[in-house]
Design a protein around this ligand. Sequence first.
Ligand code: C2E
Ligand code: MG
Ligand code: MG
Ligand code: MG
Length: 282
Amino acid sequence: RAKKLGRNRVEFFAPNLKTELSRNRRIAEHVKLGLERDEFVPFYQIQVDARTGRIAGIEALARWKHPQRGILLPEAFLKVTATLGLLAELDAAILRRVLRDREAWESRGIDVPRIAVNTSAARLSDPALMEQIKGLNIQPGTVSFELLETVFLDDIEEDVMMNISALRQMGIDIEVDDFGSGHASIIGLLKLKPQRLKIDQRLVMPITTSREQRSLIRSIVDIARALGIDVIAEGVETLAHVRLLRRLGCDTLQGNAIAFPVPGLELFDQLVAEQQGQPVRP
Ligand code: C2E
Ligand code: MG
Ligand code: MG
Ligand code: MG
């Protein structure tokens, strides 16, 4: 196997590399290789319309199919990927896979809803972004970009602003991720006019036990309404959540109570079941 891993095999398997630094370097080396070998893949989590229960969208979530350690979650690799300056590359790799999957499902006669990809700030301010995206030939309405709300500050940088309006012109929706956990300003929302905001799961989860938290959700929904923005609730874990969030006016629901993130093959089955009118959901 050392041979397969190629030029860095000495660093990988030297037995005495125990310090934090060398461990990080080892993971880092793996991330680079993993990207080269296409080991990063999207898992998919459906989002449903709060009123009808029909699939309204899908979020693509990065997973690392690590050759030795199995399927790894973002918490295991995002930080080091960012430190290496490879986050934009990871985002690009996931988007390419999403487009490929989408095409494969559509060619089998499936109606695929909009798929959201997570987008790092690094990618959003990359001057090469628009050229890359144009080359991908994305159909309007098929893909949206989730941005952390730190992007939606009052004084948005010019390059980011330009990239966002260019994305919009190509029919790519903008969504604010983890809303309520960062510093989005209402001025920022007004300037960037995202299509949707996703309420952070830490605000959603406590609504079953706290009246205060419920009013908070209602206020966020009101603000979003005033700005013409749709609201997605994340971290919907129980049926009680589903009922409350519907009552509080959220448009779309996402969370383990509805469906877990699954590999593309399983998502395909979910889409088929949906299309045949037999979704398997609570
Ligand atoms: P996020 O975009 O806010 O994604 C939601 C996270 O909550 C996902 O974790 C998802 O699996 C998890 N989740 C979904 N439903 C529930 C629920 O009902 N309860 C709980 N407790 N959790 C739920 P995941 O997949 O581990 O992703 C973590 C974060 O990593 C994401 O948060 C996103 O910020 C980042 N991420 C994921 N994929 C990518 C990517 O391709 N590029 C970039 N830049 N970041 C990514
Ligand atoms: Mg997200
Ligand atoms: Mg989120
Ligand atoms: Mg998050």
